[in-house]
Design a protein around this ligand. Structure first.
Ligand SMILES: [Zn+2]
Length: 196
């Protein structure tokens, strides 16, 4: 699927109710097909995700957050790398991926405007996610943001898009009572603030 300007424009508006151009059930193959990344998909619900997260957390104890972050990072690199081939403009790619995430049910992504210096992000990039699926399923009272999988995912997407390592820290989280989840993405290399 080639991403047209129309797709980018669609991403700025709400899509008509009940239609989802990126995920379709193919009545011949009996598969749900991801039209963007050309692969089979499944629908998971929050019960399924809760089981995965809770089991990982229980089995891995203190390492659970790191493993969730790494899972997100690995997948994010793949998404970012493939996203680069969809449009030739990183701002358009990000707008498109925000829309893809919305239609995949992840939440409403808002990426701050940022400048590229020599193809690299200069300062930190802020990403807000409103009504995040992953935060909605994690009510916690620790006060600590806990969307480790999504943090890793965003760092990975940045790595895939800009071809160098990034890290991502969640500054506030819906699951701890904030209005939305807010993340900051920074480059790993040459960034004196990278040790968080
Ligand atoms: Zn969160």
């Amino acid at each position: 699927m080639d991403i047209s300007q129309k797709d980018v424009e669609n991403s700025k508006n709400s899509h008509p109710l009940g239609t989802n151009p990126y995920f379709r059930f193919n009545s011949s193959s009996k598969h749900i097909e991801d039209q963007v990344f050309k692969c089979r998909g499944i629908i998971i619900n929050e019960r399924f995700w809760n089981r995965i997260r809770d089991e990982l957390t229980e089995l891995l104890k203190d390492q659970g957050p790191l493993v969730l972050y790494q899972l997100g990072l690995s997948y994010g690199v793949d998404v970012g790398f493939q996203g680069r081939s969809l449009t030739n403009d990183s701002a358009n790619t990000i707008k498109f991926l925000e829309y893809y995430g919305l239609l995949a049910g992840w939440g409403r992504f808002e990426t701050s405007d940022f400048q590229l210096n020599d193809g690299r992000i200069g300062e930190g990039v802020i990403v807000k996610i409103r009504d995040s699926f992953f935060a909605q399923t994690t009510k916690n009272h620790t006060g600590i943001p806990s969307c480790y999988f999504v943090s890793g995912l965003l760092a990975g997407i940045a790595e895939g898009l800009f071809e160098e390592g990034h890290h991502c820290l969640e500054k506030r989280c819906l699951s701890t009572g904030s209005e939305f989840c807010e993340f900051i993405i920074r480059r790993n290399v040459g960034d004196p603030t990278s040790n968080f």
